[in-house]
Design a protein around this ligand. Structure first.
Ligand SMILES: NC(=O)c1ccc[n+]([C@@H]2O[C@H](COP(=O)([O-])OP(=O)(O)OC[C@H]3O[C@@H](n4cnc5c(N)ncnc54)[C@H](OP(=O)(O)O)[C@@H]3O)[C@@H](O)[C@H]2O)c1
Length: 277
C-alpha cells in the first residue's frame, strides 16, 4: 500500500477552506463526524464538504505530516488524530479522543484503505493479503465497532466500497475481495443497527483521481497519466471521477436527505459498473 504524493488538482490553495465564512448550507450543522483516511483523496474532499455543511470533523490517517497539512487546509472545524485502522489500540485511542473532545459521534465515514497496486494471483503474498485485508476489512469492521458506543439514534455510517468489488479487473484480486467483503458488511451492520436508528450504507467510487490511485504508478509521472487515461477510456462518461463528486454522495448518505436508506450502495462511477462502454 504505497501511496505517492500527488499533483492533485481538487484540493489546492493555502487558505483554510472555511476561513472567515459561515457554512454554505447546513445539512450537517452541529453534527460530529469521524472520517478515517481523511488526510487525502476522497476522505479529504469529504471532510471539506462536511465542514461546508456545518459539521465538526475528526480526520485520521497514519502520516502525521499529511494530517497536519489537511487540518491546516480544512480550518478550525477539523482535528487530526493519527492512527492506523488496522490496529485496534489506535482505533481505541482515536475514539477515546473524539469522545473526550466532542462527547459523541453522529457520522462515521469508514474510508481508510488502499490496495497493493497491480499484482496478479501468481505473485500475491501473505503479507500483501494481510495488509490489505487488515486495513480495508478489519479496519472498517472495527472502526464501526469502536464508534458505536459514541453513536445514538439518527447516526449514519458510510463505508467506502469500490467498483472493483463487482468486476474482475486483472491484478486487483486482494483489493477486489476486500471491497466485496465490506459491501456485505454494510448489509449486516445495517440489519443489526436499524433497531438502534443507525443507518449504514456503502458509497462505491469508480476510478477517481486521488493520490491513492496515482500511487499505482509508483511515482512515474508518465505511467500515472497513462493509467488515468486508460481508466477514463473505459468509463462511459469518458473520464475518471473527482474526489468532490464522491464527497457529494457521502454527504447525501450522511444527511437527513437519505433518512430512508440503509444497507444500500450508491455507485459514483461514471457508469463504469453499470453500462457497457
Ligand atoms: N481513488 C479511487 O479510484 C478509488 C476507487 C474506489 C474506491 N476507493 C477507495 O476510497 C478510499 C480512499 O482512497 P483514495 O483514493 O482517496 O486514497 P488516498 O488518496 O491514498 O487516501 C487514503 C487515505 O487513507 C489513509 N489510510 C490508508 N491506509 C490507512 C490505514 N491503515 N489506517 C489509517 N488510515 C489509512 C491515508 O493516509 P495515510 O497513508 O497517512 O495513512 C489517506 O488519508 C479507499 O478505501 C479506496 O480503496 C478509491
Amino acid at each position: 500500500m504505497t501511496f505517492i504524493e500527488p499533483s492533485y488538482p481538487s484540493i489546492t490553495g493555502t487558505a483554510p477552506i472555511n476561513a472567515g465564512c459561515t457554512p454554505a448550507s447546513s445539512q450537517l450543522r452541529g453534527k460530529v463526524a469521524v472520517i478515517t483516511g481523511g488526510s487525502s483523496g476522497i476522505g479529504l474532499a469529504t471532510a471539506r464538504r462536511f465542514i461546508e455543511e456545518g459539521a465538526r470533523v475528526f480526520i485520521t490517517g497514519r502520516r502525521q505530516a499529511e494530517l497536519d497539512a489537511a487540518v491546516e487546509l480544512l480550518g478550525d472545524q477539523a482535528s487530526g488524530i493519527r492512527g492506523d485502522v488496522s490496529k485496534l489500540d489506535d482505533l481505541d485511542r482515536v475514539f477515546a479522543e473524539v469522545g473526550s473532545e466532542a462527547g459523541r459521534v453522529d457520522v462515521v465515514f469508514a474510508n481508510a484503505g488502499g490496495g497493493t497496486g497491480i499484482v496478479t494471483i501468481d505473485d500475491i503474498t501473505v503479507d500483501m493479503y494481510e495488509k490489505v485485508f487488515g486495513a480495508n476489512v478489519a479496519g472498517t469492521l472495527f472502526t464501526v465497532q469502536k464508534a458505536l458506543p459514541l453513536m445514538s439514534s439518527g447516526g449514519s455510517i458510510i463505508i467506502t466500497g469500490s467498483t472493483s468489488a463487482s468486476r474482475g479487473h486483472p491484478g486487483f484480486g486482494i483489493y477486489s475481495a476486500s471491497k466485496a467483503a465490506v459491501r456485505q458488511l454494510t448489509r449486516v451492520c445495517a440489519a443489526e443497527l436499524a433497531p438502534r436508528g443507525i443507518r449504514v450504507n456503502t458509497v462505491t467510487p469508480g476510478p477517481t483521481d486521488t493520490p491513492g490511485i496515482r500511487g499505482i504508478a509508483r511515482g512515474d509521472r508518465e505511467q500515472e497519466q497513462a493509467l488515468l487515461a486508460s481508466m477514463a477510456a473505459k468509463i462511459p462518461l469518458g473520464r475518471v471521477g473527482d474526489p468532490a463528486e464522491i464527497a457529494n454522495a457521502v454527504l447525501f448518505l450522511a444527511s437527513e436527505q437519505a433518512s430512508f436508506m440503509t444497507g444500500a450502495e450508491i455507485f459514483v462511477d461514471g457508469g463504469d459498473a453499470q453500462v457497457l462502454s
